[in-house]
Design a protein around this ligand. Structure first.
Ligand code: ARG
Ligand code: ZN
Length: 873
């Protein structure tokens, strides 16, 4: 059944306190739950509705009275008590079976230890409760378990008591001083060890920080701990937000559906975002840990202290917290280009994943209007586009104005469950601005297209930029901040004078506010026809159309002071060529393809320009991905795209061999490994050079890669060498085996081993099926399933779209198999077919068959929603 945002009603009863008692055992855990409820003065009705799923009710008391079966209604999803008194104490005893819980939602067992995941609706799999985020209560938790097997007993807040019990058991009692919604509840009962530290907050208080992992992993917790300390400092300095607890814990677990979870005081993390040392983790892994540790920590204010009224408001906390973690990562690098490099990464993510989502069958506004299964809405739209929407406030209001809005938001709403509109109101009121129209970013789905035209009047010295916008049919205009600059013939920014605009004299970038369908912006005193740099820093999540000539793009690519648009000009140059080559391959085959000297020279110049940050050069040299190219085409031909892109890579690798080799050697990072941005940038450029060199390898290049593989002192260089070797299609058996043998005991590295094979263009579906027979493969562990299956379906388009449709059958088979184990993971895999209608008819027919095969099964809500929408739209 579909749930609608417009149907929201406040809960009839509020919960003041929750006392939970757990007797933990894998096959049968007993949960005693005592809650005090009172009628909500702001709501009608006297029925108490509790959610409950896959739990067995043992006993139920209301104000001390044992209830019989006639006193309540029990369905598969709810327990209802009608005509309840105004004040109620419920005592509920239930039983659940954590070891059988393969969905990893609720209370489950991973590698013999107990963990919970309650967001969004997992708490109801632990006990009966009004499991909705606008019910906030104070929790006390008593954990009891066997002491030898589960020496560590953790829950939210502060540890107030612990001790031994009979039968080899022990207990721990935890109290969370803050009111919270049930989705932030957590417990851990496990055999774990921790790295811990006392840390001084800005106000002088000492807090205890802990990172808990399995024995043997304490050599991989430093970076997470450092990232946590950096996060705490950053939130104090940038937003004046302080840690409100005496202890803050991070726990790593190998079986986890998502990245991590911000449970109050007890963050639970996928091991992927905690464990790292130079031997096992890449630069990208280190950056991911910093971002996710920051993200979960920042949720303590944006999510926990102020939470969501209902799940339609999810982006209230997620969009805002992603924006905060993005700013944190940028500030940690600290340089302007470093910041731009993080921004370019964000743009790539949007184009790779969010724009396609917004154009496909699962398209939804940042604040969805309806859903069948909320877990399907933890999307790039809610997270990443949501972060873009928050970033636009900062672009429109300035950093100080944004901070004022944040301060007002907390003044007004601390301790409350609120809506996206409340955040917007705080931003508007704190700055005396009308942001009514801005609401459309929350309510209208799809990626707006902004078209720019220009005209220059040499006599009057006016330069006009005419901006127009179009959304989906029937949509109203968005409020779009468009940052622009104008470049002179010398490549320098012109000082801007905007007619009717208030701005600082001499400004070289101005934020134009496009609010109507079409607007003219006139710049005065422009002495020469300039080259416009439009949408600087990607100031809005839109598609910008402008008829740039090659010369203008080259001018921007060589000179734009805005690194994001400088990069963007290169992407446009590359995309034009990729589309032409793709069309040529589709029509006439792969013979006689050509790449023009102009483009090659542009690449050569940027590659060899040592005044540019290596991290920027790497991004400037990467061609748009096959997925991003596909999004530009009306009818997608994955083989032709692959052939065209490989041809370009091959040509660059051949023609620029000398320069690539020179930069390969110039960007070595000898000495002790450090994941800092400057070193990581050098490695990224060096390894991109290597991958280009291996796009057309001769013996010398192969030897280079092999040497790097053999001599690497860190995982970044080691895995990059191996990926270059296997993705170039050169014989890889021995290297793959050596890599596996070295890291067979490191689960996260074994994931990489599967992933790099799954995404190799030489790996077909038969090879993937063979890899599934490997003893290390299992469908039950989400990281492992994703590493092999998702990397094939999502990162290997030319094989996934094999003409015979065999990979679509594979997809259907594993959506069905995974659905029986873990619906959330299965539903993510189901999304691989989102864009099926855009492929050539022969492929489309086979994709449809596969979708229908899945649709014919008995499915979870999660998968059913995705498949139904794919077939309907
Ligand atoms: N709130 C978490 C985060 O963004 C995500 C958890 C979502 N989990 C889920 N099963 N839907 O960090
Ligand atoms: Zn989050």
């Amino acid at each position: 059944t579909t749930i609608y945002r417009k149907d929201y009603t406040p809960p009839a009863y509020l919960v003041d306190t929750v006392e939970l008692g757990f007797d933990l055992a894998p096959a049968s855990t007993v949960v005693a739950n005592r809650i005090t409820l009172r009628r909500n003065p702001d709501a009608a009705g006297s029925d108490i509705v509790l959610h409950g799923e896959e739990i067995e009710l043992v006993q139920l008391r209301l104000n001390g009275q044992l209830l019989g079966e006639g006193d309540y209604e029990l369905s598969a999803a709810t327990l209802t008590i009608r005509n309840a008194p105004a004040e109620v104490v419920l005592e509920i005893e239930t039983v659940c079976a954590p070891v059988e819980n393969t969905s990893l939602s609720g209370l489950y067992v991973s590698n013999g230890n107990f963990f919970t995941q309650c967001e969004a609706e997992g708490f109801r799999r632990i006990t009966f409760f009004p499991d909705r985020p606008d019910v906030m209560a104070k929790y006390t938790v008593m954990l009891r378990a066997n002491k030898e097997q589960y020496p560590v007993l953790l829950s939210n807040g502060n540890l107030i008591e612990q001790g031994d019990l009979d039968d080899g058991r022990h207990y721990a009692k935890w109290e969370d001083p803050f009111k919270k919604p049930s989705y932030l509840f957590a417990l851990v009962a496990a055999k774990l060890v921790c790295q811990e530290e006392q840390f001084k907050l800005a106000d002088g208080r000492d807090v205890l920080l802990q990172v808990w992992v399995e024995d043997g992993n304490l050599d991989k917790t430093d970076y997470a701990m450092q990232s946590l300390k950096n996060s705490i400092r950053w939130d104090e300095e940038r937003f004046g937000l302080e840690l409100d607890l005496d202890r803050f814990m991070i726990v790593a677990v190998g079986d986890f559906n998502m990245g991590a979870m911000e449970n109050k005081g007890l963050n639970i993390f996928n091991t992927k975002f905690v464990l790292a040392n130079p031997r096992t983790a890449t630069d990208i892994d280190f950056a991911g840990i910093e971002a996710v540790v920051g993200h979960e920590y920042f949720h303590n204010w944006t999510g926990n202290r102020v939470t969501c009224r209902d799940w339609f408001q999810l982006s209230l906390k997620e969009g805002l917290t992603v924006f905060r973690d993005q700013e944190f990562s940028a500030d940690m690098i600290g340089t302007d280009t470093g910041r731009a490099v993080t921004r370019i990464d964000q743009v790539r993510t949007l184009r790779q994943a969010q724009f396609p989502e917004d154009a496909g069958p699962m398209s939804h506004p940042v604040r969805p209007d309806s859903f069948v299964e909320i877990n399907n809405f933890y999307t790039v739209t809610v997270y990443e586009k949501g972060a873009e929407v928050v970033r636009m406030y900062q672009t429109l209001l300035g950093r100080d104005g944004f901070r004022k809005g944040m301060d007002l938001y907390f003044d007004r709403h601390d301790g409350q469950a609120v809506a996206c509109d409340d955040f917007r109101a705080a931003m508007a009121d704190a700055n005396g601005r009308d942001l009514t129209q801005f609401e459309r970013w929350y309510s209208q789905a799809g990626t707006p297209v902004v078209t720019a035209r220009t005209r220059y009047d040499a006599v009057k010295r006016n330069f006009d930029i005419i901006l127009s916008q179009r959304g989906k049919p029937g949509q109203l205009p968005f409020h779009i901040p468009v940052a622009v600059g104008l470049l002179g013939a010398d490549g320098k920014d012109l000082p801007l004078t905007l007619e009717h605009g208030k701005h600082a004299k001499g400004a070289t970038t101005l934020v134009l506010e496009l609010t109507e369908q079409e607007q003219i912006f006139r710049f005065r005193e422009v002495d020469e026809r300039p080259t416009p740099s439009i949408l600087r820093d990607f100031s809005a999540p839109v598609i910008l159309e402008h008829d740039y000539t090659d010369d203008e793009l080259l001018h921007l690519f060589n000179h734009d002071s805005d690194p994001v648009n400088r990069w963007e000009a290169g992407q446009r140059l590359a995309m034009e060529r990729l589309l032409k080559l793709t069309a040529q391959v589709a029509a006439h085959g792969a013979a006689n393809l050509k790449l023009d000297q102009t483009f090659i020279n542009a690449m050569r110049t940027v590659l060899s320009d040592e005044s540019l940050d290596p991290a920027f050069r790497e991004l400037a040299l990467i061609l748009p991905s096959e997925t991003i190219i596909a999004e530009q085409m009306d009818v997608v031909d994955p083989q032709a795209i692959h052939t065209a892109r490989q041809f370009m890579r091959h040509t660059i690798g051949t023609v620029l061999k000398a320069e690539l080799l020179a930069q390969y050697h110039a960007n070595q990072t000898p000495g002790e490994y450090s994941p800092d941005a400057a070193s990581a940038g050098k490695r990224a450029l060096k390894n991109l050079c290597l991958s280009y060199l291996l796009a057309a390898p001769e013996a010398a290049e192969l030897q280079l890669a092999q040497q790097q593989f053999d001599n690497a002192t860190n995982m970044t260089d080691r895995s990059a060498a191996l990926v270059s070797l296997i993705h170039s299609g050169t014989d890889n058996g021995p290297h793959l085996q050596a890599f596996y043998d070295d890291f067979a005991n490191e689960a996260l590295v074994v994931d990489k081993w599967f992933a790099m094979q799954a995404s190799a263009p030489t790996t077909n579906v038969a090879a993937v099926r063979k890899l599934m027979q490997h003893p290390a493969f299992t469908l039950k562990n989400p990281n492992r399933a994703r590493s092999l299956i998702f990397n094939f379906t999502n990162a290997n388009p030319s094989q996934f779209h094999a003409a015979d449709g065999s990979a679509y059958e594979f997809w259907a088979e594993f959506v069905i198999k995974l659905d029986a184990i873990n619906p959330q993971v299965a539903a993510r895999l189901a999304r691989a077919m989102d864009r099926w209608r855009r492929y050539a008819p022969a492929l489309q027919a086979k994709m449809k068959q596969a979708l229908e095969k899945v649709a014919a099964r008995q499915l979870s809500n999660d998968v059913a929603e995705v498949i139904t929408k794919a077939l309907a739209n």
